[in-house]
Write a protein that binds this ligand. Sequence first.
Ligand SMILES: CC/C=C\C/C=C\C/C=C\C/C=C\C/C=C\C/C=C\CCC(=O)O
Ligand SMILES: N[C@@H](Cc1ccccc1)C(=O)O
Ligand SMILES: [Zn+2]
Ligand SMILES: [Zn+2]
Length: 479
Amino acid sequence: SKGLWGKEHRRASRIPSEFSQEERVTMKEALKGAIQIPTVSFRPGEYNRTALSEFGGYIRKVFPTVFKTSFIQHEVVGEYSHLFTVQGSDPSLQPYLLMAHIDVVPASDQGWEVPPFSGLERDGFIYGRGTMDNKNSVMAILQALELLLIRNYIPRRSFFIALGHDEEVSGTDGAKKISALLQARGVQLVFLVDEGSFILDNFFSSLKKPFAMISVSEKGSLNLMLQVNMTPGHSSAPPKETSIGILAAAVSRLEQTPMPNMFGDGLLKMTLQQLANEFPFPINIALNNLWLFGPLLSRILERNYITNALVRTTVALTMFNAGIKMNVIPPVAQAIVNLRIHPSQTVQEVLELVKNIVADDRVQFHVLSASDPLPVSPSDDGALGYQLLRQTLQSVFPEVSIAAPGICIGNTDSQHYTNLTTGIYKFSPLYLQPQDFQSIHGINEKISVQAYETQVKFIFEFIQNADADPKPVPHKHEL
Ligand SMILES: CC/C=C\C/C=C\C/C=C\C/C=C\C/C=C\C/C=C\CCC(=O)O
Ligand SMILES: N[C@@H](Cc1ccccc1)C(=O)O
Ligand SMILES: [Zn+2]
Ligand SMILES: [Zn+2]
């Protein structure tokens, strides 16, 4: 036991998450500056290098304390990614990792109320590409640390901050290298926190209160190129079938044939059971009796694009290419299909299903990239990362009555860290409404100044919670 001194020492060292007017202005201006640097990723290995190196200089400028603190080591990895090692005062505590990514998807000015890289503030919102995905997190993590350091905070538990520079194009040059570096150093993380889920508001008309979804798994992905080769020729005497027609029919079959509904398999059921009592009658009854109402619910979930993505592997036709001249029967047609694999399936299983649906030997399959879904991270009382997120939610968002474990439907850099921890939690402390979801990778991506300040506050509290003694966990056998 640490005794009374230990307790008092910790109580005294708790720093309230209150920021001065000047600090609040400084932090929002820092975010705006980050949005103005167009750190766009185009393809693996192809990203705006000028912007990425400018970003490296920018964080040094706006977070001087982080960079000059003796117990923080900063390293550039893979040319543009950043790894911070914050050495805590108690080496017996296992370290954790906070993650975010610097790069963004492209954005043209079309459809935006303000140019996407202007970082302009309108009606209390900062607009721009990256305000939700994911410069808000990059800046909020460093900002929270900067503010703690200015208040002379000394962390007890060591932690890392990993900022990838090519997440939007798979993370192989950034996150994957950071992960390999940490592994080479023998690091084992107690947990990590990355982007991937939010406090969901208004996603169900019957659920009036917002709830925090902390993703504990992530879908896999499969990019497939389908190709059909046929003998070219004169379009005045066409054969019965052409490469274009065969390929079009193949991808149409894929679009028309949904992958199996995997609702019955575990994780989503757990999400719904935990949310059950938040719903009004009779939905609460249905959710509390999934053994009976499961099939009906899974049918209802299929009707909405987002919830459909939670129950099955999705198939999206994203590219289609064929033809070289108006009067030439094309020799080759190619299509790209982007699949997101449900956590209870594997790349191999899905590939077999795809081939059976296409059922045409003239169609060749080329796997361009593939990753299996992430294993399910624990969310029980003993899962430190999950419980710290819950605890911090309770104090920073007291109006959010419940947190539930969920599935992340997008892919993130955390897929490269399965070698370092079994506790991968994907959560940003921000409200998300269905219309905000459309803005991620879409138009008019924005964050309210207040929401950004709250994100900083959350991380400021989270770091301190990770340093406090763990809350005692009730042991059933003692009751
Ligand atoms: C019944 C289940 C309960 C709730 C279902 C409702 C909606 C939840 C599903 C998804 C919406 C939440 C999160 C946004 C998803 C994708 C973003 C994740 C990763 C982004 C990666 C990136 O592009 O950089
Ligand atoms: N995060 C992006 C890019 C990505 C795709 C596949 C794997 C890794 C990253 C997405 O989900 O679309
Ligand atoms: Zn993204
Ligand atoms: Zn992202």
